[in-house]
Design a protein around this ligand. Sequence first.
Ligand SMILES: [Zn+2]
Length: 158
Amino acid sequence: MRANSRLKPPILQVEDVIKYTLRCEAEHAFEGWFSSSGDYDSQHARGLVTCPVCGSAKVDKALMAPAVATSDDRTQMAALGGASEQAEMIARMRDMVRAIRENSEDVGTRFPEEARKIHYGEAAPRGIIGQAARDDIASLLDEGIDIAPLPVLPEDTN
Ligand SMILES: [Zn+2]
């Protein structure tokens, strides 16, 4: 245990998990976590994606949340922007993802375990990336552990 309080907490990234900003028919915005776009599609088709405010299942994707800058302002701006702004944002996100990968340790499926060790000061503070199931993500977030999804960018899928 040699926690240095001056260090910023590491940014922990999770792969293969997608966070969507969703909006219901009453314009309530909320976030939903999915293991893939197919997972969202299938849950959405079965009416399992519901608004936490009003319970409506008539929800739609607003836009994928940015990887690190998840402030509401940024999301709002991205949602209002045109195609060129979105392309620019995707380019910025791609640079960010590359930087994250270069500066993080890939811990694979040990992600939840390692994230906890770092959070509770049992391992050296560092950025890590890895995979985690949605249940694990929810538990980590409940414990106040700072994690963020590594976005799957359109150009990455070829
Ligand atoms: Zn609603």
